[in-house]
Every structure is written in C-alpha cells, then in structure tokens.
Design a protein. Sequence first.
Length: 463
Amino acid sequence: MTVNFPPGFLWGTATAAYQIEGAAREGGRTPSIWDTFSHTPGKTLGGDTGDTATDHYHRRADDVRLMADLGLGAYRFSVSWPRVQPTGRGTANQPGLDFYRALVDDLLDHGIRPVLTLYHWDLPQELESAGGWPERGTAHRFADYAHLVAEALGDRVEMWTTLNEPWCSAFLGYGSGVHAPGRADDLAALRAAHHLNLAHGLGAQALRAALPSHGQVSVTLNPGVVRAFTGAPQDVDAQRRIDALATRIFTGPMLHGAYPEDLLADTAAITDWSFVHDGDPAAIRQPLDSLGVNYYTPTVVAAATDNGGPPGEALEPSPFPAATGVAFHRPPGKRTAMDWSVDPTGLYDLLVRFAEEVPGLPLVVTENGAAYDDKPDGDGTVHDPERIAYLHAHLDAVRRAIADGADVRGYFLWSLLDNFEWAYGYSKRFGAVHVDYATQVRTPKSSARWYSQVARTGQLPPY
Ligand code: BGC
Ligand code: BGC
C-alpha cells in the first residue's frame, strides 16, 4: 500500500562541515580538534583526514544544484566554528561567514530550506588547548559564537540547531577517546557533558536574542535505543544505567530542567557533580521549537553476571563512565558496513518515547541512513538496493509513529554525499550520492533516485 506523509513534511539530506568541506587551510580557517586528531598517527583509519574531503567548499554551487535536481526540500548542514571564528573568540572571520551566506543563498534560490547546525564536533583547537568541553568557559564561548552566526545569517535561515549529538562529543571525545580530541578520562567526559548541556542552553538563549521572532531553535540528540537482553532484573538495571548515560544525561536537563537522580548516584564514585552551578539546570532548559533525533541502530545490554544466556562483551575502550558490569550484546539481524544491526523498530520506539515524554514538542528525524560498500558498475551507475531497503523500512517506521500520534515534521537522510566518516576515514560510504575521491565526481546512487521520488511525492511506495 502506498502511504502519504503529512503535507509540509520536510524531506532532506544532512551533512557536517568537517566531513565534506575540505579547504582546511583556506579563507582564514584555523585547525579544529578534528584537524589535530586526524593528523595524529593512528587515530583515523588509513590516516585519513578532512583536508580535502568532498571538496564541498569549492563545489558548493554544484552540490546545491544536485539537491535541487533530486527535488529535495531541505538541507541540514553545519557551520565550521574555526572557519567563522578562528580563535574561538572575538570577532568574526568575514570570508568564513561569506561562504555560508553564499551556501544559504544558493539553497534559497533553489527553494531548499536551510537547516543550520552550529556545532557538529569541530571545536576550534585553541579552545581545546584552553581545556575544551570539560571547562565551563567553552560553554560561554559557544554562546558568543551562536550569537555571531545568528547575527550574520538570521535574516535568511529560519531553522537553527545548537549541537549535534553531544553524547558523541562528550563520551567518544573525552570518555573512550576514539573521537577528537582523543582523551580518555571519565571525569572529563562527565564535565564535558554538562558543559555541552550548558552550551546548548546559553546558545539557545543567544539565538533567541539575535533571531527574528520566526526563528526556530532546536537541538539534535542521538538518544540511545537501549534494550535489555532479558527481562531479568539485573539486565533491566543495566538498561536503566546505560539509558541514563546515553540519553537522560542530556534530556534530563534540556527537557525537564534536572539531572536524573539515578545518574548522579551511579556516577558518585567519579564525581559529586559540583561543576553544576546553581541555576545551570534552569539555564539549560530552554523552550524548543522541535527536537532533532538521529537514529541508526539499537544497543542491547545485560548485566555482566550470568543471566543464563551467552556472555556479552564489555565495550573497549568504554565510552560510558561507571558502566563496569554492563555487557553489550550483538543484536540479531542484518548488518550494515558499520556492522550495525538494521532495526527500524528502534526508530519507531524512539519517536513514540519522545511523543509521550514531551507532548507538544515537534520531532524531526535529523539523521538516519546506512553505510554499504557501494561500487560503481561498469556503466558508471551505482546500485545500492540494501540502502533503499534500509530507508524504506525506516520511513515506514516514521510513518507508523506518526499514525500512532508522534508529531514528526521531517526526515533527513544521512548523508547527501559519501564523506569523511570520522575515525573510519573514507572507508564507510553513507551517501545517497557516490563520490569518487580521486576525481570528486558525484554519481547519484539508485537510492538517491528512489528517495527523490519519495521526497517529490510525499509518498512511500509499496515495497
Ligand atoms: C549511538 C548512540 C548509542 C551509543 C551507545 C552510539 O554510537 O549513536 O545512539 O547510544 O552508541 O551504544
Ligand atoms: C553523526 C554523523 C556520522 C553518522 C554516522 C552520526 O553520529 O552525526 O556525523 O557520520 O552518525 O556514523
């Protein structure tokens, strides 16, 4: 059966500055933590860096035309902080702002709605050298930066997002250290999480102050879909602990104005949380126009003690502070090239969870997609039936969530282009559009054609 999405539903793709722009040393841009990290031997697969990436900085106009040809109505991109404010403080770097102004103008000329994310992981290196996210000052720097970008682009960008996936910034960046800046320190990770929350709150206030009244403010999280391996009480408790560290550490203060009591108790051996000042939770809880959720795959946990089933594994290195005793299990089913299980019910569960937890707050799927080993055929086309299957199943999950009452306003496929997949370098292809990195030639995959049809018609065809 063909099903219709609501009128006005936003159909788009998403990217992030460091993953696509390249031009790392042009236009006054300074290094971010990802430049430093990717240039450190052993940190990324094959030593890949974002120096050139997909060269989007120089191919901006062509890339926008590509989106227009695909009939996409929205585009979620991020601003590179060190491109527009190279030292992380003080006045703006005009060439940096000019790039984003030109991008936004191109998008608007083609009737594509710009959805701007202020922070997708590329902290100016100077701010990391001053202590990074574990330091409170970084949250204030972020608010200044948010204000500066809003002043420059607020006349033409309506939809603003403060942070992308602060979980990854805090716990992959400072906990397990597999992402920039590559620190492995549980206390630093928890401090980073709080200061990212504070940055969101102060940043949202700065946006409200600078944007016209129709400006919309959001944040994008990657809430964990954490499942207990069995219904045994110790497995359910492991689920509760990881849910606190993966999701409620952000949604607690952002949506409800307080850190969860169980999180504070679970982490008491690491910190007394005295870095949370009076008034912080209130500053973090700001009115939002929507909540962005990113979803790829669920997490299955159990207590490390014997529950009668097969043993799970500890995560090594673990991004979760104080999560000793929790075992992670491989979910069943098909897998993507990331070795992530394909489970659209997780997206349904997530949307319904937030529809119930924060009634009245519109939701946007700001990222969803899959990596596969896509290769051009002899005739130059790229066929990716597995991605079409993935997208179909997840859009069907969105459709079911809407039917069950979730107010979902849009869907952004990750990603427009194959790009720099962080620590995996260029080895993982998430794009609807194939990129030949030697020539920078873009080739829409069959999934791009398929998604284009869905976006144009607002209809999910039978599968
Ligand atoms: C996912 C999160 C998840 C976390 C813990 C991350 O890679 O993006 O959604 O909560 O892993 O497994
Ligand atoms: C991030 C993207 C990343 C994608 C796939 C999300 O966690 O926001 O930058 O490329 O997942 O790993």
